[in-house]
Design a protein around this ligand. Structure first.
Ligand SMILES: C[S@@+](CC[C@H](N)C(=O)[O-])C[C@H]1O[C@@H](n2cnc3c(N)ncnc32)[C@H](O)[C@@H]1O
Length: 374
């Protein structure tokens, strides 16, 4: 595992304050995150039982074969706890405010939970029959203008990226998969972000989040940094519609565009982020995205990256990573696992300055050479 290789910033996550956590914050945080873990673990367990029952009436699926060690439940729980501890430490260090995850109203929570369970049989049917191209035949809206690799039922999800129903369910589904730890994994990227902003006037920082989805990183970033403006870019109109609805601030703007053909001028952005995009892209497109990011970043600008762990990042997870594309429609995941991101970025003048694992994610910062002027 590589971590904080460089680093002129060894204190990342700690600004030398006494390590005493405020008891009130600790209690609030523990209650908030603990109830999220409980909620999503419960959903995962119920879904597992539903799937077992549904399976009886569905064609047999090939046996899932891990290609490496699998982390036990205890190890995974310990890694989630470590992630939360780091998240809370960053709050204590004043890098970003106390998170507001899980502030869905009870009504919204019940409606989303019901929609989630209603969708389980359709996902199970797609998994059992290998039906992952349902959205490809669609012609309404923008669908037929979208690239072929994009028009698939990723994860076997209903409508792929192409409906509002899918956008409204997405975050809940991801949290069921990651036991409620998704937002905390994304927030690891706010640690280098906070340090970048420490030296700058936030109002003058040009920032874009690529493949922003429903605003998973853009929204917490704007909440954390009160003068920052940001642009969320995504190829899915319905996901952007939901992102707009959930926007916490007028400092956000949105654009429908492809990450491999960015609508920004060369050398115009200080910070570009992207979360959970690269494993969804064919290798050729990944290369194009990296080249585009390098082109639109200013000299000295930063590319903040969050995506799945790769093979070898945390060897205890290698088997689990190999199982993922056997359970979900993830056509490009296996190639992602072995992609040399550090090398690809370096080829495009983006030097990796930091990389840490965060539960099942890797979080990295790449810097474009040169000095930023502000
Ligand atoms: C797994 S979701 C991640 C969403 C969000 N970043 C998050 O943190 O949850 C992948 C997102 O990437 C978008 N996407 C996939 N390929 C894209 C591309 N080539 N250009 C722009 N967006 C893309 C999808 O529409 C979807 O919103």
């Amino acid at each position: 595992m590589r971590a904080a290789d460089d680093d002129s910033r060894p204190s990342r996550g700690s600004r030398g304050r006494p390590p005493l956590l405020s008891l009130a914050r600790l209690s609030r945080y523990t209650l908030q995150q603990g109830s999220r873990v409980a909620l999503y673990t419960l959903h995962s367990e119920v879904m597992r039982r539903m799937n077992r029952r549904l399976q009886k009436d569905l064609p047999d699926t090939p046996e899932v074969v891990p290609d490496g060690p699998l982390p036990g439940q205890r190890r995974m729980l310990a890694d989630i706890v470590r992630l939360f501890a780091e998240d809370l430490r960053a709050v204590e260090d004043g890098l970003y405010p106390m998170p507001t995850d899980g502030t869905m109203s009870p009504r919204e929570l019940i409606a989303t939970s019901r929609a989630f369970f209603r969708d389980v049989p359709d996902v199970a049917r797609r998994r059992a029959t290998g039906a992952h191209q349902e959205v490809n035949g669609r012609t309404e809206g923008l669908a037929d203008a979208l690239p072929r690799y994009y028009r698939q039922n990723f994860h076997f999800q209903t409508d792929g990226w192409l409906s509002e129903d899918s956008a409204r369910l997405y975050d809940f589904q991801v949290d069921v998969l990651f036991s409620g730890a998704t937002a905390a994994m994304r927030r690891r990227a706010l640690v280098p972000f906070a340090e970048i902003l420490r030296k700058k006037d936030q109002r003058k920082v040009a920032y874009a989040d690529l493949a922003c989805g429903t605003g998973g990183l853009l929204h917490p970033a704007l909440a954390a940094f009160p003068r920052l403006r940001g642009t969320g870019l995504d190829l899915s109109e319905p996901y952007l519609k939901v992102a707009r609805e959930r926007t916490p601030s007028r400092r956000a703007s949105y654009v429908t565009a492809m990450a491999e053909d960015l609508p920004f001028a060369d050398n115009s952005l200080d910070v570009v982020s992207c979360v959970f995009l690269f494993h969804e892209l064919p290798p050729r497109i990944r290369r194009q995205v990296i080249a585009e990011v390098a082109q639109v970043l200013k000299p000295g600008g930063s590319f903040l990256f969050v995506d799945s762990l790769q093979t070898g990042d945390v060897p205890a997870y290698d088997g689990l990573l190999s199982v993922f594309p056997q359970l979900f429609h993830e056509p490009y995941f296996t190639s992602y696992l072995r992609e040399d991101l550090t090398g690809l970025c370096a080829d495009n003048d983006l030097q990796e300055s930091w990389m840490v694992p965060a539960f099942v994610s890797r979080v990295a910062e790449f810097r474009k050479s040169g000095h930023s002027v502000q």
